[in-house]
Structures are given as structure tokens and as C-alpha cells.
Design a protein around this ligand. Structure first.
Ligand SMILES: *Cc1c(COP(=O)(O)O)cnc(C)c1O
Length: 403
């Protein structure tokens, strides 16, 4: 490798990554970026010519390919074409965008909503638009990378509290000057561990210390609450979140991100957040698909019940085999492996037996806490889950993770 004839820091970083990936590939430990050739039924995929059970998807309610959603997307293409001719502020706003934002606002019990072209961009732009130099942001240690990046980009004082540790959060809030703007930000369901934020306590602390509250519902939308409307329904604690953020790319089978909030906040974001003003609007098909998906969630509550049953079966089964699934209570199920290489080896065993799971390793998680990060959805059949657990169990025995 020879870039510009140098061995500067950039060259060294590229080389280190190249070497690591080369090592993984030559040892048959690399399973990232595999193309899915076909979706087969609701929970199976064709990868490298083999049919595999999918246990790495965020399609929690199994809505990918839902006839009503596909139909809505096709209709939008016929009506509006495939692009949006620019940003929302200028030529890019379509009636379907406004419909989608109204649907989201209703679903999330909010006065209004705004959408962006990805969840990642939403967190980046919303945190950095709301917060600035001299303000204080308080973020859970294992919050999603997009939140961390938004906090850094904002230029605000950045304080991280130990994962779900409310005493630590209170200590940090207490230590901040009383006259500065403060915002607490957390995932509702943590994307690597699957556990749920201590929402009642966070709400209490935000009130006590006069802090804004932003919650990222990427993994609770369609998952928490009997109707699937999320964390507020789950705790029966409404009207406490200032910035209700979520994505349109997980339970909702589309792409994009949203914030639901009071209408003045939405108006502010529409005129001040750069990802809205300087990046193209959601394509018509994706906006229409998302809009229909929220309606399907409300019309088909059996999916949530099914997801809950499958989650229980999966976590219970893995635990009874002796696996450490950490503190998960949701469809994100970490299967703790320890060192990175153990997680890669577990992945290899599972994938060779047609169970599509993927590892999460450092730096995405703390060193020594590498894991399979398996997900279960409403689309899995209980017998398929049994089979997947057999495969994971055999792999665990072979690698000495369980007896
Ligand atoms: C996936 C995810 C995002 C980013 O959403 P995209 O729509 O994929 O960009 C943001 N926050 C959390 C917690 C996520 O899991």
C-alpha cells in the first residue's frame, strides 16, 4: 500500500483497518456486508445461495413486504415519481410528507412532527440545533453513536452518565451550573444491550433539575406498549418527553428519522436544522410506506403480542442453556461471548448452520463484552426459533461458552 509515498497517521489508520479485515477474512471470521439475494417469506433470506433464518433484522413486527405498505409505496411512485427535486424548504415538500408528519404526531401523542432522511441525520442535526456552546448535554454511556456525534457536533459541554445509572446522572446534573440550558438524552431501548431506560426516574430528574428530555425510540417504536406506540405507553407516563425521536428504518420498513414535539419546537427545527434545510426530502415511496406502516401497526396489534411471545421464548431458551443475555427485556438479545474473536467464532458456527446472526465487538461495545447481537421478530415461527437456539447452543458448547 502506497499513498502519496507517506507513512502519515492517515495511512497508518487505513493500514491497520486493512490488516484487521484481512486477518478476519483469511480465518473465515468475516461476515459483515453480505448481500441478501432474496427475502423468503417473513423471516428467511437467501445469502450466498443458502436459505438462512434471519436473526439480525430490526423488522420487529415483520412488516417488510406487507401488502398494504408495498401498495402505498407503488401508488406514491405513480403519483410523484421517485425523487423529490430538492430540500423540503424549497421544492421538495409533497403532500405525502405532510400526511406522514401528521400520522407520526398522532401516533406519538404530540402536536407536530418533522422528518429527515435518516435516523442518524436526525440525531446529528436535532441535538446540534437545540444545543450549543455553553449548554450541557447528559448522555447515557451506551447511547447510539448518532446521539454521541450530535452531542459532539453541538459544541455543548458533554457529560456521559454510567449506563442507566440514575444516581450518577443526578450527580452530574447537580454539578452543572444552575443557570445553563441542560438536556438529557437516552435511548428508550438500548441498541446493543436491549434493556430499557429507567424512564420514570429520568423524567423526575429532568423536572427537578430543569432539563430538557430527548428520547430515541429507534428500538421501542412498535415494540413497547400494547399498541406499540413506545416508551410512554409502556410506562403509562405521557407528555414528559420534549423531543420524541425515532427512526423509519426499523419497525417501520422504510428509511428516515423523525422528531415529534410541541409545535413551536417543530417550527424551530423546520427553519433551523441543517439536515432539513440542506439535504433532500424523503423520496415519495419511502414517505408513503412509512405513513402506511404506522397505520398497520395500529390495525394489527396481534403482531406486538407475537413479538412479545417470541422474545420471551428466545431470551428464556438462551438463558436456560446457560448463556448470559445481559439485562435485555426486548427483542434485541445479546449473547455474551467475551473477547472479540469468541464473538466472531460464534458467528461463524451459526452462519455455517444457516442462522444469520452478527457479532458486535469493540469499539462498538466495551472490550471483553463482545457478543452476538441476535434479534427476534414477530415474523419468526416458534419452531424456527427453537431451531436457531439449537444452533446457537451447539456453537456455544463447541466454543466452551456453555456446558
Ligand atoms: C438505528 C439507530 C439510529 C439511526 O437510525 P437510521 O434510520 O438507521 O439512520 C439512531 N438511534 C438508534 C438508537 C438506532 O438504533
Amino acid at each position: 500500500m502506497d499513498f502519496h509515498n507517506t507513512n502519515d497517521a492517515v495511512t497508518r489508520r487505513i493500514k491497520a483497518m486493512t490488516d484487521r479485515i484481512h486477518y478476519l477474512k483469511t480465518n473465515d471470521l468475516y461476515f459483515y456486508n453480505q448481500p441478501v439475494a432474496e427475502m423468503r417469506g417473513d423471516a428467511k433470506v437467501l445469502v450466498n445461495g443458502r436459505e438462512m433464518g434471519m436473526y439480525a433484522s430490526y423488522s420487529y413486527l415483520g412488516l417488510v413486504g406487507h401488502p398494504r405498505i408495498n401498495e402505498a409505496a407503488k401508488k406514491a411512485v405513480d403519483q410523484f415519481g421517485t425523487g423529490t427535486n430538492g430540500v423540503r424548504t424549497l421544492a421538495g415538500t409533497l403532500t405525502i410528507h405532510n400526511e406522514l408528519e401528521e400520522t407520526i404526531a398522532n401516533f406519538k401523542h404530540a402536536e407536530g412532527a418533522i422528518t429527515y432522511s435518516s435516523g442518524y441525520a436526525t440525531n446529528l442535526t436535532v441535538v446540534s440545533t437545540m444545543m450549543g456552546r455553553g449548554d450541557y448535554v447528559f448522555s447515557d454511556k451506551i447511547n447510539h453513536a448518532s446521539i454521541v456525534d450530535g452531542c459532539l457536533m453541538s459544541g455543548a459541554e458533554f457529560r456521559r452518565f454510567r449506563h442507566n445509572d440514575m444516581e450518577h446522572l443526578e450527580g452530574l446534573l447537580k454539578n452543572a451550573p444552575s443557570d445553563v440550558a441542560k438536556m438529557v438524552i437516552a435511548d428508550s431501548v438500548f441498541s446493543m444491550d436491549g434493556d430499557i431506560i429507567d424512564f420514570p426516574k429520568v423524567v423526575e430528574l429532568c423536572k427537578k433539575y430543569n432539563a430538557w428530555l430527548m428520547i430515541d425510540e429507534a428500538h421501542s417504536l412498535g415494540v413497547l406498549g400494547e399498541k406499540g406506540t413506545g416508551i410512554e405507553e409502556y410506562f403509562n407516563l405521557y407528555d414528559q418527553i420534549d423531543i420524541k425521536m425515532g427512526t423509519l428504518s426499523k419497525t417501520i420498513p422504510s428509511v428516515g428519522g423523525y422528531v415529534a414535539a410541541k409545535k413551536e419546537i417543530i417550527t424551530y427545527l423546520r427553519h433551523a436544522s441543517r439536515a432539513y434545510i440542506f439535504s433532500a426530502a424523503l423520496p415519495p415511496a419511502q414517505a408513503a410506506a412509512a405513513n402506511e406502516a404506522f397505520k398497520v401497526i395500529l390495525d394489527e396489534p396481534w403482531r406486538i403480542e407475537r413479538l412479545n411471545q417470541n422474545t420471551k421464548q428466545f431470551i428464556g431458551g438462551l438463558k436456560s442453556m446457560g448463556f448470559d443475555t445481559m439485562l435485555t427485556e426486548t427483542a434485541i438479545v445479546p449473547v455474551l461471548c467475551g473477547e472479540d474473536d469468541a464473538a466472531f467464532a460464534m458467528t461463524r458456527e451459526c452462519q455455517h448452520n444457516d442462522v444469520f446472526v452478527l457479532p458486535v465487538v469493540s469499539p462498538a461495545v466495551q472490550e471483553g463484552l463482545a457478543r452476538l447481537r441476535a434479534t427476534v421478530t414477530a415474523a419468526h415461527d416458534p419452531s424456527e426459533i427453537e431451531r436457531a437456539m439449537d444452533v446457537i447452543g451447539e456453537a456455544g458448547k463447541k466454543l466452551g461458552l456453555i456446558k
